[in-house]
Design a protein around this ligand. Structure first.
Ligand SMILES: *Cc1c(COP(=O)(O)O)cnc(C)c1O
Length: 381
């Protein structure tokens, strides 16, 4: 089955008992057992729930993995994956990972003795150089947030295999519609399903998919032990969102490609970061590993004031954190999503006060362009 059909029919897509074409919401905590200690398929909903299972099998199909797990947020998925490691273990991570990932590593897991290095993974040599005897895993995002830097997944997978490390990829920005890290050699894929997979800014959820049964067993043990599972209601809502993933991603990307080309010619715009643009430093690698540049654009305005103004003047586009919804969202990472990163480090990474991040929605292209143009040109007065 091809991907565009799999989003609809992958995993468990209906109810074999009644023929319902939508998976029922099994709003139950427990399951009757025929005899003590001999449960049927399910025993307790933290351990497993049929609605959640349907979603988990779906993401396994879409990411071409072995086992899938649904969590109450992207951070719950990432944190549970990080529990695979012990005190003294060392991790190498992309230096402009999602702010929450940075925070949980630096402020929470470090307290448990986890060692870490943040490096620019767009140059795989930096990873090679950071490897220590205690290194256990590499955690990358590609494209990164918000500068959309590209890391060569296959090249990093080669390093991780040679050094017997786990490769974990946060695939939130691309989704399996555009990029399937497990097929490129990654061991675990994580998602904030709050974003494109859910797609409608109406839920918070996370997913993790493993490339092997063995890793799947370890992750299921941790998920069941720690318990940050997704509810049956939200599992259903997320599966429903995923049914239109292909349609939405195609439109997000079409709008983003056009907007990126238009923005880079705009007199009030300094620099546009979009992996779909030929001049983007990661363009060639992104083209090799992903079916396009995706729906996220970052750009710098001519001044911090211009950025502030733009965010206040847009009308249709919503000023908000988050991304990946049908509606376009605009934000100032330095003041919003990335505020938890120390100012000095932000500047070093290029997350300046003039940097605007745009999650391009699926609206009419001309309406989007007009809204941005007004916001950018009214700035002058
Ligand atoms: C939002 C996000 C997360 C965190 O997910 P939540 O669902 O908000 O907990 C992790 N990684 C990336 C790339 C994100 O954009």
């Amino acid at each position: 089955m091809n991907f565009d059909s799999k989003v609809i029919y992958g995993g468990i897509s209906d109810d074999p008992r009644t023929g319902a074409v939508s998976v029922p919401i099994y709003q139950t905590s427990t399951y009757r057992q025929p005899a003590p200690g001999e449960p049927k398929e399910y025993e307790y909903s933290r351990t497993g729930n049929p609605t959640r299972r349907a979603l988990e099998e779906l993401i396994v199909d879409l990411e071409e993995g072995e086992r899938g797990f649904a969590f109450s947020s992207g951070m719950a998925a990432i944190s549970t994956v990080l529990l695979l490691f012990q005190s003294g273990d060392h991790l190498i991570l992309s230096d402009d990972v999602y702010g929450g990932t940075f925070r949980v590593v630096e402020k929470v897991f470090s307290q448990q003795g986890l060692q870490y290095s943040f490096v620019d993974t767009s140059e795989p040599e930096n990873i090679q150089r950071a490897i220590r005897p205690e290194t256990k895993a590499i955690f990358i995002e590609t494209p990164t947030n918000p500068l959309l830097k590209i890391t060569d997944i296959a090249a990093v997978a080669e390093i991780s295999k040679a050094e017997e490390l786990l490769l974990i990829v946060d695939n939130t920005f691309m989704t399996p519609y555009l990029q399937q890290p497990l097929t490129l050699g990654a061991d675990i894929v994580v998602h904030s399903a709050t974003k494109y997979l859910g797609g409608h800014s109406d839920l918070v959820a996370g997913l993790a998919v493993t490339s092997s049964e063995e890793l799947g067993d370890r992750l299921h043990f941790l998920q069941n032990s720690v318990g940050a599972i997704l509810s049956p209601q939200d599992s259903w809502l997320l599966q429903r969102g995923i049914k239109t993933l292909s349609l939405r991603m195609a439109r997000h990307q079409e709008n983003a490609e056009k907007l990126a080309s238009w923005l880079k010619e705009h007199s009030e715009v300094d620099k546009v970061y979009y992996p779909g643009l030929k001049e983007h430093p990661g363009h060639r690698i992104n083209k090799k590993q992903a079916a396009g540049g995706g729906g996220m654009i970052s750009f710098t305005t001519t001044s911090p004031e211009a950025a502030q103004n733009l965010l206040k003047k847009v009308e249709m586009i919503t000023l908000a954190e988050s991304l990946g919804g049908v509606e376009s969202l605009i934000s100032l990472p330095a003041a919003m999503t990335h505020a938890s990163i120390p100012a000095e480090k932000r500047e070093k990474l290029g997350i300046t006060d003039s940097l605007v991040r745009l999650s391009v929605g699926i609206e009419d292209y001309n309406d989007l362009q007009q809204d941005l143009d007004r916001g950018l040109t009214e700035v002058k007065n």
